[in-house]
Ligand binder design. Structure first.
Ligand code: ZN
Length: 73
């Protein structure tokens, strides 16, 4: 089988702090974060492009730690 479909992620694949748990009917993936939050729903595209690397809680922590500065992640 050719592996040209980039939108299929495997269970257990890691993106930053997120680990893919399973694909949802909506096409998004449910991921678990290293902080313990395991209900992160995110599109495969966002994961693969590195747009999403944390759950919202972690992302918020990172932003607040840096004030208003938008950090490139
Ligand atoms: Zn987190």
């Amino acid at each position: 089988m050719m592996n040209l479909a980039p939108l299929d992620l495997r269970h257990g694949e890691r993106f930053g702090s997120l680990t893919v748990l399973r694909k949802l009917p909506s096409g998004k993936y449910r991921c678990g974060c290293i902080c313990g939050y395991s209900d992160v729903k995110v599109r495969a595209n966002a994961l693969m492009r590195g747009r999403v690397k944390f759950c919202r809680r972690c992302a918020k922590d990172r932003v607040s730690a840096k004030g208003n500065t938008k950090e490139k992640i």
